[in-house]
Design a protein around this ligand. Sequence first.
Ligand code: PXP
Length: 236
Amino acid sequence: MKLGVNIDHVATLRQARGGAAPEPVYAAAIAEQAGASGITVHLREDRRHIQDRDVRLLRETVQTKLNLEMAVAPDVMEVALQVRPQCCCLVPERRQEVTTEGGLDVAGQLAQVRNCVVKMQSVGTVVSLFIAPEEEQIIAAAKSGAQFIELHTGSFANAKGESEQNFELDRLIIAAEKAHSLGLRVNAGHGLDYFNAHLMHHVPYLEELNIGHSIISRAVFTGLAQAVREMLDIIK
Ligand code: PXP
């Protein structure tokens, strides 16, 4: 299982003062040197953290692979089609949310999602869909032509107590099996931290975990390289 490091919150800190530091490009390089297999950023429509210039610079400097999280929205699509990241992950977006709250409703907007998948694939980008572990969404994801799904692990991460956590883990396991049976490749992410990430080993076919907030939070105290290495120790 590989680790993609989401560096959005390095940019959140920078935007708090509107200056140049801390620089997401440096963060990406440090995370890669510490063993990350990819760098993830979310270019939100409100540009609250990652900016267009970050995406362009990271496309040039990231040595592993750049994974761009994006809404199915014309403005962000335009940037994505110019930048041509190695991978993108289509996510839902609501202006008021603190973070990506639910999965993308692929079943409810299959035509728009398929259109976006085709466009991104036409510039050589591998496409993933961030979805809840629900059969209806997985079947729709397979119909969309996307190569990957990223299973939303938020409900698992927020589960209270062992039985609720096991219930959510089972949902992820069943979803991963279903996705694999339909020819989809599987990643996972959201809310994973140093206490729950090891449980992802129960989920079959997982190729990569995308983790942001917990790593950047730990980095405040340990430094980013150490925080990435500690997460890698857990998931390996
Ligand atoms: N995967 C996706 C699709 C996300 O939107 C996010 C949050 O930006 C993450 C993974 C990482 O979540 P977290 O910051 O909680 O680790």
